[in-house]
Design a protein around this ligand. Structure first.
Ligand SMILES: [Zn+2]
Length: 284
């Protein structure tokens, strides 16, 4: 071996240097672990139809943080999409199946003039994002479909949306009326969330006609939520109900008046031809 080459090799220790793996700092090593985790695909979208490019549908993002003692570590954080998924799941639990796939405006078939008017108004509301939107009256006319389609648009834009199915939520709130902390825990999110959808306002879904009438406690809860939102005009409120605005005014003038003032409101007159659930049924 050339003597010069041998000296150089010895001095720079080239062979052993090139054999050494690059030494990673603790921070780099934690970051590699986090990147590997954050690159894997999750499958939450299979349940709720909502696809998130930030967490790749895992719902969790791994973040590298330094502890007080100076060590580096990985911390699992909820992705922002988890709030959206929570709302979608609440809606799905209430019987609205695949919201993202099925509750689109294009799947609301509008052939009659009243359907076209409703659909256009709902689409415009979802774009303008101003005030309240109310559809009341005839059951089975697609009120829930259109209100859900509005919420779907907002959810896809990442807006905070809460879903309140009246017959499920109102009894829980009424039961908590003597427990101030629990009562606030139920009520505050409904009052303050950016978008609230109240589905089937004042419908209890049980009992005879008479027992389905809203009680004073129902009226108080509705007033407290809607009055707060009325006083905070940036909050968007969507309401569907079998009651028309006039019916609600008859139940409680203050609530009806606020809906009338804030909402783009539609009341469907009772008409069995508007009931989709009866379509295809031959009446004898
Ligand atoms: Zn996400």
């Amino acid at each position: 071996m050339d003597i010069l080459e041998a000296v150089l090799k010895n001095t720079l220790n080239m062979e052993s240097f090139s054999d050494l793996p690059p030494r990673l700092s603790d921070e780099e090593s934690e970051r590699m672990k986090a990147d590997a985790f954050n690159d894997t695909e999750g499958n939450l979208n299979e349940d709720d139809g909502y696809s998130c490019s930030i967490c790749k549908n895992r719902g969790i993002i791994m973040k590298v943080k330094q502890t007080r003692s100076g060590n580096w570590t990985n911390v699992a954080c909820d992705c922002e999409c988890m709030k959206i998924r929570h709302t979608i799941r609440m809606m799905q639990r209430s019987g609205l199946k695949n919201i993202i796939r099925d509750y689109t405006f294009s799947k609301f078939i509008a052939t009659e003039d009243w359907q076209i008017t409703l659909k256009e108004a709902a689409k415009t509301y979802s774009l303008e994002k101003k005030g309240w939107f109310f559809i009341g009256g005839q059951s089975g006319a697609g009120k829930t479909h259109l209100c859900t389609a509005i919420c779907r648009e907002f959810l896809l834009e990442g807006m905070p949306v809460k879903y309140m199915l009246w017959r499920d939520e109102a009894p829980k709130i009424k039961a908590a009326v003597n427990d101030a902390a629990l009562y606030s825990a139920w009520m505050d999110p409904l009052k303050k969330v950016k978008v609230l959808y109240i589905d089937d306002l004042f419908k209890t879904g049980r009992g005879s006609e008479d027992s389905q009438k809203p009680t004073a406690a129902d009226v108080n809860i509705a007033f407290e939520i809607l009055n707060f939102r009325y006083n905070n005009p940036d909050l968007l409120t969507i309401i569907s109900s079998e009651c028309t605005v006039n019916d609600i005014i008859n139940i409680d003038e203050a609530i009806g008046g606020r809906i009338f003032e804030r909402a783009k409101a539609f009341s469907l007159k009772p008409d069995r031809s508007k009931n989709f659930r009866l379509k295809g049924v031959t009446e004898l």
